[in-house]
Design a binder for this molecule. Structure first.
Ligand code: NAD
Length: 483
């Protein structure tokens, strides 16, 4: 959102900085620790006054061309970097939201696989943490340091464009400069509770997500017509219907006539509704403009380690355990590690699709390597197993007890409006057909997740564990139970 972060920078960092070339209106000096505090403060104020002021797009473009040549790589970041196994795959992948949980792991994975990667991010996820006094369980480095460390370990560069995709001028410059063959779009406000805090967060979420995606679609149409959009949707778009969930489309016979139609959407938060609207906009532009797109309706992601983030602590991924951004299994592991009862919402029969973060990166790579055709709007359900909340609590209790932890689950009042006991059977075969080899949730993975949570347990703020956003009482904190 331009009104939240008014500074947009294009940066190609390197451990061996030699020169900075700034083009455009103002300078945006980027240093080792350049998460711009000045920008963050003004952004906080901007969010508060969001409803009162018309949006003013104040943009700074800065192109920082830094560093040594590596192989064929030129100062401008162009490299003839062909992925090992197919010359038809796009070579240049723009990862929007590449500083976030899924995006960071994916950017490194693609870079490791030989793709030329650029991260586009306005770092707003870090701002949300400041605003809500939250923090990742794992200490995370600045994006500049992460990228420098990656280059020093592997010799591979990742370009960095810091800015807001709701700012079309910034996005256009990023597209023209990087010329992506594929765009992976993770860059949204992705928490359902955040979108339900109050009116301003609901409006922010829908504006940020819907306008951001619309801008990406226009950028593809205007500058990179062949570019394949890989967009992260969510399984939450479907809700919990009393019939099987198909992958994007359902064939219906009605009054004697048959058609294949988009699967009905029953989103259950303002965040999920933003995703539904994204899907409609993407489907429409595939039809109208011939955009090629894959909508990855992702389940709930768990885990933290991937081959690449394991390489150095400065590459560590974020791990959210709080009531706003934390997701079920990750939260339960942290709760078990600090001796907090596992917080099962209501009856605990809520069933969803889940996947390991190592499979997120695999799925995205598969989607890129096997692009949609021009005009095609593909939908893949991206998860590997389904569990109810009670089943997850039982698995964590068992694994925690084995490790000598005192784990118990309690039912807490459900802050959400959702079915707590329901039918759930969602198809997820298309990514398997493309070659996904899932990492299924096993005892050993749970052990390692729990040990990981134990390692960082001193960083846990117990005040952030209970849910404090209610779907019904907007802006009010629901009562917590005695523990
Ligand atoms: N994490 C999950 O379990 C999960 C499950 C289903 C779907 N998803 C989807 O995957 C995507 C990534 O999720 P995540 O968990 O990595 O989220 P995240 O919040 O960790 O990362 C999102 C990133 O996007 C950036 N961003 C947000 N708005 C932007 C904007 N306007 N311009 C530029 N950058 C912007 C943020 O700064 C952040 O770095 C989201 O679209 C989310 O809806 C995630």
């Amino acid at each position: 959102m331009a009104h939240l972060l008014s500074t947009s920078c294009i940066h190609n960092p390197s451990p061996t900085t030699t020169k900075l070339n700034f083009k455009s209106l103002n300078r945006c000096p980027l240093t080792q620790t350049s998460l711009p505090v000045r920008t963050l403060r003004s952004s906080l104020m901007a969010l508060r006054s969001y409803q009162k002021k018309p949006l003013k797009h104040s943009i700074t473009y800065a192109t920082a061309t830094i560093g040594q040549n590596i192989g064929n790589k030129t100062d401008s970041g162009n490299e003839d970097n062909v992925p090992a196994d197919s010359s038809s795959k796009p070579k240049k992948v723009m990862v929007i939201g590449g500083d976030g949980y899924c995006g960071w792991a994916t950017a490194l994975h693609l870079s490791n696989k030989g793709y030329e990667v650029a991260i586009v991010d306005n770092l707003i996820r870090r701002l949300f943490d400041h605003q809500l006094s939250l923090d990742s369980l794992t200490p995370i480095s600045s994006i500049q340091n992460r990228i420098r460390r990656w280059k020093s370990l592997t010799g591979k560069s990742i370009d960095l464009y810091i800015g807001d995709i709701c700012d079309f001028e910034f996005l256009s410059e990023s597209f023209k400069s990087f010329e992506p063959g594929a765009v992976v779009h993770f860059g949204e406000q992705r928490s359902a509770p955040y979108s339900m805090i109050d009116r301003s967060r609901a409006v922010f979420t829908q504006h940020n997500n819907v306008i951001g995606t619309l801008n990406v679609l226009f950028a593809i149409k205007e500058f990179r017509e062949e570019c394949h959009l890989v967009k992260l949707g969510t399984m939450g778009e479907y809700g919990t219907p009393n019939i099987d969930i198909e992958e994007g489309y359902i064939t219906i016979t009605h009054n004697g006539r048959t058609d294949t139609l988009p699967y009905p959407k029953q989103a259950s938060s303002f965040y999920h509704l933003s995703k539904v609207h994204d899907s409609h906009n993407i489907a429409f532009t595939c039809k109208a403009w011939g955009i090629r797109a894959t909508d990855l309706n992702q389940g709930v992601v768990y885990g933290v380690r991937t081959d690449e983030t394991e390489m150095h602590e400065e590459l560590s991924n974020r791990f959210d355990y709080d009531g706003v951004f934390g997701t079920a299994l990750n939260r339960f592991c942290v709760q078990a590690a600090v001796g907090h009862p596992l917080t099962v919402y209501g009856k605990g029969g809520q069933t969803r699709g889940y996947l390991d973060i190592r499979d997120t990166v695999q799925c995205v790579e598969l989607a890129i390597a096997n692009p949609a055709k021009p005009g095609e709007f593909r939908v893949f359900n991206q998860f590997t197993e389904q569990f109810s909340v009670n089943e997850l609590a039982q698995l964590v209790t068992r694994a925690g007890t084995k490790l000598g932890l005192d784990v118990r689950a309690v039912s807490v009042p459900n802050p959400r409006v959702e079915a707590e006991e329901h039918y759930y059977n969602a198809k997820h075969t298309k990514l398997i057909e493309l070659g996904l080899v899932p990492h299924l949730l096993s005892d050993s993975l749970l052990d390692s997740l729990l040990n990981f949570a134990i390692k960082y347990k001193d960083r846990v703020d117990p005040a952030q564990i209970m849910p404090n956003v209610s779907w019904k009482k907007i802006g009010a904190k629901p009562k917590t139970v005695a523990l």
